[in-house]
Design a protein around this ligand. Structure first.
Ligand code: HEM
Length: 503
């Protein structure tokens, strides 16, 4: 070995040790164990196309509280229910921050919505506002006629496909019905006549789901090497201009408003325009303006379209792969609903098998495998480990759903009966299963998401028998995942419907 090679190796080794020290031993305090970070990129080279899987494998080696350096961002990966409870319940207040990401800088004005707001008074007020005025139980119930109408149209279109002997792209059908239902709930009408809407939303979601180097190596942000910031600025401007048009329409009255038995979200938001954000704030320093409203509109679209669609798509995929479970669910529906009519929302509380199927699907296919990244707001010791302020916290719910210590040796199997004794819920109290997160930052739209999802799955399974195309066997169905804003199927789900009820 030449002297220069040896010198180079020594310098590299020194740099690695320095980074390791920085990462694992901050000011002499013990940080969670984790893999060796490289200079500049840290552990980014260890993260593949499916980051939840890469980090799942690393956590098997380093444990349920693991420290990795993603570019310049110190990150703690949490991969067991007990560890998740420490971060989301015991020390929830410290871990309720959100990192400042490029996406929120532009899309939600830096951010003025709920999802990426810093933990503090602003977030608290907007979130309370969101929960009270937009997604309360009574409001979710008031949208029942919209769900019923749009589901009837979906069933009708599937019957037409059957008559024509066609297979259907179930992923597309589900995504379309969610888009229409949620658009009517949020904007007061379906966006079918707004040709710019769909491509704008798609572009915003694509950018939001992309791996943005600037979020991990901030010194590269001015170079915008991936061109994402340019796309983000353009899309944000177009989307805000489009949302301005919708707000104008709502302000001008009822241009597109048919007689509705409910009030859409934008109407509620517009009625709050120019009022104080916090009614108790006597100085009235923060007044609700258009930027607040547009940021919340972005949040609602981003938080509801993809999540609900993806959750339904995976549940239907698992049912198609497990005819035994599909038959069991159809039997339950026959018992509760009968064969002469479609499912009504009032049937849903009686469908216990449906609930087990949905839990099992969320266990194996959490829509947000890392939740939404949290950030620590101060230095803290957790489980004996030092976690510095501004660490990013990624709770790997995908990994938690596959933990054999929790779910036994058949953890990889789809077996809804494991929830039969009903002692694990999915609403954030039982840390084994937290598809909606838990604690202060848990999903406020859970009720709306769950209700929509349960009704659509129940209706599709009750009204139709489903067959995979071209004689494909159930266990041949491809279940590859695609990582992005959510974790959908990589390939669309295609199946052939046969109508099975008499009504
Ligand atoms: C099946 C559907 C849904 C799933 C699986 C889901 C899941 C989640 C998850 C995992 C989080 C992050 C929790 C955390 O960071 O700890 C979240 C946050 C959020 N969700 Fe949902 N969600 C769904 C539907 C909805 C709907 C329909 C809405 C509203 C229209 C909504 C609004 C939000 C908001 C505003 C946040 C951010 C809360 C905050 O930062 O304080 N979600 N959701």
């Amino acid at each position: 070995m030449s002297f220069s090679t040896l010198a180079l190796l020594l310098v590299l080794f020194g740099a690695l040790c320095l980074f390791r020290l920085q990462n694992h031993n901050k000011n002499g305090r013990k940080m969670p164990p984790g893999p060796f970070p490289l200079p500049i990129i840290g552990n980014l080279h260890m993260i593949g196309k499916l980051p939840h899987q890469s980090l799942h494998h690393l956590a098997k080696r380093y444990g349920p509280i693991m420290s990795v350096l993603l570019g310049r961002v110190p990150t703690i990966v949490v991969s067991s229910p007990a560890a998740a409870e420490l971060f989301l319940r015991t020390h929830d207040a410290v871990f309720s921050g959100r990192p400042k990401l490029q996406i929120s800088k532009y899309l939600t004005y830096g951010p003025k919505g709920v999802v990426f707001s810093e933990y503090g008074p602003y977030w608290r007020t907007v979130r309370k506002w969101f929960s009270l005025h937009l997604v309360s139980a009574s409001r979710v119930e008031s949208f029942a006629p919209v769900r019923k109408e749009e589901l009837s149209s979906l069933v009708e279109s599937l019957r037409e496909a059957e008559t024509a002997g066609e297979t259907v792209d179930l992923s597309r059908k589900v995504s379309k019905v969610i888009e229409v239902i949620m658009s009517r709930v949020i904007f007061g009408r379906s966006m079918d006549d707004q040709i710019e809407f769909k491509p704008l939303i798609e572009e915003a979601m694509n950018i939001a789901g992309a791996f943005n180097l600037s979020d991990f190596l901030p010194f590269l942000a001015p170079l915008d090497l991936q061109g994402l910031t340019r796309r983000l600025k353009r899309t944000s401007n177009d989307l805000h201009a489009f949302f301005d048009k919708i707000i104008d329409e709502h302000e001008q009255g009822t241009k597109h408003e048919e007689q509705k038995p409910y009030t859409d979200f934008v109407n509620v938001l517009v009625s709050l325009l120019d009022t104080p954000m916090n009614p108790k704030d006597e100085a009235q320093e923060s007044i609700i303006d258009r930027k607040n409203i547009k940021a919340i509109m972005v949040d609602m679209v981003a938080a509801s379209f993809d999540t609900t669609t993806t959750a339904i798509e995976w549940t239907l995929s698992e049912l198609l792969r497990h005819p035994r479970v599909m038959a069991g669910l159809q039997q339950e529906l026959e018992r509760v609903v009968g064969r002469n009519r479609m499912v009504e929302e009032s049937d849903l509380p009686k469908l216990t098998c449906l609930d087990m199927v949905i839990k099992e699907s969320f266990r194996l296919h959490p829509v947000a495998p890392f939740l939404i990244p949290h950030e620590s707001t101060e230095d803290i010791i957790v489980n004996g480990y030092f976690i510095p302020k501004k660490s990013r916290i990624m709770v790997n719910t995908w990994s938690m759903g596959r933990d054999r210590k929790v779910w036994s040796d058949d953890a990889e199997e789809f077996f809804p009966e494991r929830f039969k004794d009903g002692n694990i819920d999915l609403r954030g109290h039982d840390f084994e299963l937290i598809p909606f997160g838990s604690g202060r930052r848990g999903c406020p739209g859970m009720q709306l998401g769950l209700c929509t999802m349960r009704l659509i799955i129940a209706q599709l399974v009750h009204c139709f028998d489903w067959e995979l195309p071209d004689g494909m066997l159930p266990d041949e169905l491809d279940m590859t995942e695609k990582f992005g804003l959510s974790l959908p199927r990589a390939n669309h789900l295609i199946a052939k419907p046969t109508y099975r009820i008499l009504g």
